[in-house]
Ligand binder design. Sequence first.
Ligand SMILES: [Zn+2]
Length: 279
Amino acid sequence: MKPMSKLPWALPRAFTLAMLSALALASCQTVQTTQPGAVGVERQQSMLLSSAQVDKSAVQAYQQEIKKAAGKNALDRDAAQVARVKSIAQRLIPATAAFRPDAPRWAWEVHVVTSGDVNAWCMPGGKMAVYTGLIDKLKITDDEMAAVMGHEIAHALREHGRERASQAYAQAIGVQLIGAALGLGGTEMQVAQIVTDITFNLPNSREHEVEADRIGVELAARAGYDPRAAVTLWQKMGQVGGAAPPQFLSTHPSPQNRQKDLTDYAARVMPLYEGARKR
Ligand SMILES: [Zn+2]
């Protein structure tokens, strides 16, 4: 039996939570972030936070990361490496128009961070980093690099970060008092923290991974990179590190059927690759 003394506290709290949930639902919108492309990704998404809110927070989180890397003298150390990564990004970015016409005009940024970690990421709004561990430990080819970057760019195009931040934010609303959750200074910091967490700490969902894989191979193909490299990339990723799996895999769950899905979808976009190579 519950002690009576809890009731006076519990009732208003339950009421507050119900009110907040209602508020959250009221401002939650269903959106279609991308066009389906040749790979046919069409899931509708529920968003509580706006793109503007999330992108602004991502810019802050990105600046922090870049500053941290610069402070350790780990930013863009090797000019040839930076040029290589940037040239691959410059071919992938125009290909994003197939999924959303606004994307080629985003304020894209890409930096190379010196780190033993096998990792790469793209924050909401197109703020990217590639770690030297990914380049060196995987002896990565340009096609494989396009596969990693295409996959990460796909997360940004689909606004998976915004979707996950919306979920995390809804949970934060659920457990916090209204003043802390809904403004009065706390919101922006909170969203920035959430964006940092989803970039570095929290695993992607299987659903988001499948979408990023499929859109990623199409982006690579349209940019003239062999989409089949996504398959060898994930094989290498699984082999490297032995007992300690790459950091990339901690935020990118890699189930068995990923290989098959990538093989199937790479085959589907081969005509786009062949077309791009003729140009
Ligand atoms: Zn991913």
